[in-house]
Structures are given as C-alpha cells and as structure tokens.
Design a protein around this ligand. Structure first.
Ligand code: ADP
Length: 194
C-alpha cells in the first residue's frame, strides 16, 4: 500500500510517517530528509541544493524525482511506501505515478493534513527557537508556506479528482491524528483486498 501524506510544512507529516514506518512496516520516503542527508554528507548534490533549502524555495523537480526513483529501485520488495514531502509539484506527482507503474504499483491513498496557517507559524517559530533549523526562521518559513500554497496545494484537486484524497484535522493532538490515519489506512486495505 502506497500512501502520500500531504500538507504544508510543519503539519506533522514527518512524525506521522515515522510512526507508520514502525507500526506497519512501510518504508518512509522523505525528500526533505534525503536532501538534508546529502548536505551533511558534503556531497556535490548537497552543495547544489543548500541555498534553495535555506531560503525556503523548492529544489528542482529533477533532483527530487531522481532521489525518489533511486529509493524505489533500492526497495523492490517492501509492503509499501509512505511519501512525506513528496510529491510537491504536479510534475513530481506525474513522475511518481510513472515510476510506481513500472513495478505494477500505484498511489493508493493521499491523506491531507488540514491546518491553520497562523498556528503553524507559531509551531515553527517554537521549533526554530528549540532546534535552530535554518529554514525554520520566520522569513524562510513564510516562503515555504507560499511555495506550498502555490506549487503543492494544486495536488489536492489532482488527487481528489482521482478519488484518492482523504482529509483529516492536522491540528488535533498527535495521538488523534495517528488514530485518524489508522482508520483511513484500515479502510483502504479492506477496499484493496476486496
Ligand atoms: P517541511 O515539510 O518542514 O517544509 P521538508 O523537510 O519536507 O520540510 O523539506 C525541506 C526543504 O527541502 C524544502 O523547503 C525544499 O527546499 C526541499 N524539498 C524537500 N522535498 C522537496 C520536494 N519534493 N520538491 C522540492 N523541494 C523539496
């Protein structure tokens, strides 16, 4: 079963994806984590993407698509993937469909975490104070929200048109969000095994 977690930066996608990885044996694919790993390894790719990330802009489709394809090839026999922070643009969504189709797979369900923007800004301001991640500074964070609203939000329509979109309240506490996701996944699994 392949799942996309969709929602603005700071909505809690990473936390939920990690839980699903532990609880359901799915593999989490987070392009944000992959890009941060590339940077800390000091690779050429890491150097190329650093300025985009720190300013809150998106990295090119080409770069993130190739990172995802590499991981799909590396994990041919898993129970499924949780995509977190990917796709973030329409071309990325199209590339994902094509890559999955190569191995006879598809996106099964897209879970959208709905959030309140002001509450998100407050959350990330606290995370910036606690962890000091460069792209959490208020200016870069606002740019990440703008990028989400202009480049990623259109995917809501795309997946809703495909009948794959499910929406949950991302402002509820972590346990409640996990429980909503679990209900959706159980229903999706039941549907799949019909
Ligand atoms: P968040 O969801 O908190 O914004 P991520 O860890 O997903 O953070 O991403 C951090 C940064 O990495 C993004 O602001 C962007 O620069 C880059 N990035 C991550 N995933 C993608 C993607 N799918 N397409 C383009 N850029 C990406």
């Amino acid at each position: 079963m392949n799942i996309i977690l969709l929602g603005p930066p700071g909505a809690g996608k990473g936390t939920q994806a990690q839980r699903l990885q532990q609880e359901r044996g799915l593999v989490q694919l987070s392009t944000g984590d992959m890009l941060r790993a590339a940077r800390s390894s000091g690779s050429e790719l890491g150097g190329r993407v650093a300025a985009f990330m720190d300013s809150g802009s998106l990295v090119s489709d080409e770069v993130v698509i190739s990172l995802i394809e590499e991981q799909l090839e590396k994990n041919p026999k898993v129970a499924g993937f949780i995509f977190d922070g990917f796709p973030r643009t329409t071309p990325q969504a199209k590339a994902l469909d094509e890559s999955l189709a190569h191995s006879g797979q598809k996106v099964d369900v897209v879970i959208r975490l709905k959030v309140d923007e002001q509450a998100l800004i407050d959350r990330i301001t606290r995370r910036f104070e606690a962890e000091g991640r460069a792209d959490d500074n208020p200016e870069a964070f606002k740019k990440r929200l703008v990028a989400y609203n202009s480049q990623t939000a259109p995917l809501v329509e795309v997946y809703s048109g495909q009948g794959k979109l499910r929406e949950i309240d991302g402002m509820a506490d972590m346990e409640a969000v996990s429980a909503s996701i679990a209900r959706i996944l159980d229903a999706t699994l039941a549907e799949k095994s019909k």
